[in-house]
Design a protein around this ligand. Structure first.
Ligand SMILES: [Zn+2]
Length: 335
């Protein structure tokens, strides 16, 4: 994948955990670009955009944007302008003003009326990190931004501004999360290959892959129409083909659509550790229902949403156009 690491106000490519992360990611075969933006005296949205212009043709469909401090707000400006990214990892990010000396250089970048719905259309996966005791950016600022982006926010106790003076010359958790995303991205591509096969058969475009310890165990696609068996959902077929799942470790079920209650129950019952899906189904019985099962002793899989969401959405759009139907109709028939 191609990654950008974007520094904050008065920062630079050689500061903080940036060189360490760049090296680690490059060792794994990723391409990493760390631009240098104008310093505090010249900092504005305009000067930073001008600097970024030279990198625009480097943006690819699998770009990941990693940003620190003021840079997450800069990324929001990019997304607002139509740049799209597969994932954004925001460290110590915020929007608005902070009431300190950095407001002056930051304000054209951070103090804007962001349209978060439009922004989320251009990136479906956001993860955020924030120090519980950040001396520059109050935690509430990050919480507000995480709410606006539907992002998972990881609060790091005593992490400060998660920069070099806070002891952050390395950031292993961030690297681990990027690696997980990269792996999820790869397997979701495979699940989408299955979804396309389903569509070619006139089925709903849903595909699934079961992975254990980084290896594929099975793959399947929806075949409810062809088999005339209502329970032949991609995930159910995949789980069945996978055989004895009790013998497996680190099980992940990848699926291109938020799974229904039947498939989720099967995943829980078969010991799946993670469920990763692309597109929200917007049905009332869903992954959000699962925590209730915890009361009854079930082990709840960790759920990750929004991996390659747009591709799955596009498949559904193609399917609906072909079948002259609508998503609510499909969903009511399917669940
Ligand atoms: Zn299902």
């Amino acid at each position: 994948m191609k990654l950008f690491i974007l520094h904050g106000t008065g920062g630079g490519p050689d500061r903080n955990w940036f060189p360490w992360l760049k090296q680690k990611l490059e060792e794994q075969g990723h391409e990493v670009i760390v631009p240098e933006f104008p310093g505090m005296e010249e900092q504005s949205l305009e000067t930073w955009m001008n600097t970024f212009d030279q990198y625009r043709n480097e943006l690819t469909e699998d770009t990941i944007l990693v940003a620190h401090s003021v840079a997450p707000a800069f990324v929001l400006n990019l997304l607002r302008q139509g740049v799209s990214a597969e994932a954004c990892f925001f460290v110590s990010g915020f929007t608005g003003l902070l009431g300190n000396k950095f407001d002056e250089p930051n304000k054209t970048i951070t103090d804007r009326d962001f349209d978060f719905e439009e922004i989320k259309h251009n990136c479906s996966y956001f993860k955020m990190y924030h120090g519980s005791d950040d001396p520059y950016v109050p935690l509430e600022k990050a919480e507000t931004l995480a709410d606006n982006l539907d992002a998972e926010l990881e609060v790091i106790e005593g992490g400060g501004h998660l920069h070099e003076p806070s002891g952050y010359t390395e950031f292993p958790k961030l690297l681990e999360d990027i690696e997980t995303f990269s792996e999820d991205y790869h397997w979701m591509e495979e699940a989408l290959v299955e979804a396309e096969k389903a569509m070619e058969n006139g089925e709903l475009p849903i595909g699934a892959v079961v992975v254990s310890e980084g290896e594929e165990i099975s793959r399947a696609h929806s075949r409810t129409s062809r088999e005339k068996i209502t329970s032949e959902h991609a995930e159910m077929v995949g789980i069945r083909k996978a055989g004895d799942l009790w013998e497996r470790e680190n099980l992940t079920l990848y699926t291109t659509l938020q799974p229904c209650i039947m498939c989720l129950a099967a995943a829980v019952r078969c010991g799946v550790d993670r469920v990763v899906y692309a597109m929200d189904a917007e049905n009332e019985v869903s992954t959000e229902t699962l925590p209730d099962l915890e009361k009854h002793g079930a082990e709840i899989p960790e759920v990750t949403a929004g991996i390659k969401e747009q591709e799955s959405v596009t498949f559904f759009e193609r399917f609906m156009e072909k079948k002259k139907t609508t998503l609510p109709e499909i969903m009511s028939e399917s669940f």
